[in-house]
Design a protein around this ligand. Structure first.
Ligand code: ZN
Length: 362
């Protein structure tokens, strides 16, 4: 039996929502009282509760929500066909009420981190916006040097076979890397690790993701069926979301900070490979010339092979549906003050340049 939510219930939920929206316009307050205030406790509590389950609770919640949505839509269509307008309106009002609660939960448990001052404030850097072609080339050359050195260390023999790190080993290494990074940058402290394999990774190509953070449960889900070399960086990126860096460019930058200071060469290599791809794509897009984007420092042939393997994987697993899903994610990011939407992943380049201009290359 469905009933209208009461007027008081609606008023209460709207007041709460207005309060959250109002706070989001004060990044100073969000940074101080939410992101660096209560959020770390919220995150630790959620991870403490969900880490004991070997499977992802977040994945289960999302599938239940999607099934419920389908059920409601079918019910509404049936009621419309039967011209039962009143019952249809009651159901719409009731589920709108629940939906508003879901939005409140999302922002209270994690989403407010979209409105914080963030890593640029903490590192006292300003992202470089108008970088030139030479700047990009310079950055890519630095990364190429790192990649060549790391490849020499990681491929000790002539077999061209990279030591394959196991899932649990990678998790442990990333956890230790965050510990190392937090001695230098205390705001990167990560406790109560909670990283799980994605339950629906077989279908992930249709959605176009390699990992994601679950705001309602505090879990990080990472696909295991992606090139192994990309897993460490993906984990580091998802942990950055877990500790309160909501935007994609900040999560990428935090993953970079943690990776380059890590004693683990495999994580470093995974990170530089990913950043190399971002910079190469920026060179292609910004200057629209494959010829111009040619590498001035030749890459080690093993690095080239690893880059090709990742590109081949992405090409083979690229699904048409993923484009539509990415458009939805693009709108979601824009609704959360990420003006560049899906392209905000690439904005990490401006952060990297600002960081290296201030602290140099190490
Ligand atoms: Zn992300």
């Amino acid at each position: 039996m469905y009933r209208y939510p009461s007027r008081n219930q609606f008023i209460f939920v709207l007041i709460l929502l207005s309060f959250i929206v109002a706070i989001s316009y004060y990044p100073n307050l969000v940074e101080r009282y939410y992101s660096m205030g209560i959020y770390p406790y919220i995150g630790v509590t959620m991870r403490s509760l969900t880490r004991w389950f070997p499977f992802s609770i977040g994945d289960i919640i999302y599938i239940v929500l999607v099934l419920k949505l389908v059920q409601i839509l079918i019910k509404i269509v049936i009621l419309l066909i039967k011209t039962q307008w009143r019952l249809c309106l009651v159901i719409l009002m009731r589920y709108t009420y629940y939906f508003l609660w879901l939005i409140i939960l999302f922002y209270a448990l994690w989403g407010l981190n979209y409105s914080r001052l963030g890593i640029t404030y903490q590192m006292t850097i300003t992202p470089v916006k108008n970088y030139t072609y030479q700047d990009l080339q310079g950055l890519r050359n630095q990364i190429a040097l790192k990649l060549n050195n790391l490849a020499s260390a990681l491929y000790p023999d002539s077999t061209n076979t990279l030591r394959v790190a196991l899932w649990e080993t990678i998790k442990c290494d990333i956890d230790n890397s965050y510990k190392t990074a937090s001695t230098r940058h205390p705001f990167l402290r990560y406790s109560v690790p909670c990283i799980k394999p994605d339950l629906f990774e077989k279908y992930a190509d249709y959605f176009g993701y390699t990992g994601y953070n679950s705001p309602l449960t505090g879990e990080a889900q990472v696909r295991q069926n992606i090139p192994r070399l990309t897993i460490p960086y993906t984990m580091a990126h998802e942990i950055a979301h877990q500790i309160g860096y909501a935007s994609e460019d900040e999560a990428n930058f935090v993953a970079y900070l943690v990776s380059i200071e890590s004693p683990n060469l495999y994580l470093q290599y995974s990170c530089y490979i990913e950043i190399y791809r971002y910079v190469s794509i920026a060179l292609l897009y910004d200057h629209d010339s494959i010829k111009n984007s040619k590498q001035s420092i030749p890459l080690n042939k093993r690095v080239i092979k690893d880059l090709q393997d990742i590109d081949n994987f992405l090409r083979l697993h690229n699904q048409v549906l993923a484009i539509y899903m990415m458009n939805i994610y693009d709108e979601y990011l824009k609704a959360n003050k990420q003006t560049k939407g899906i392209n905000s992943y690439n904005e990490v380049i401006g952060l990297l340049m600002a960081y290296h201009r201030r602290y140099g290359y190490r």
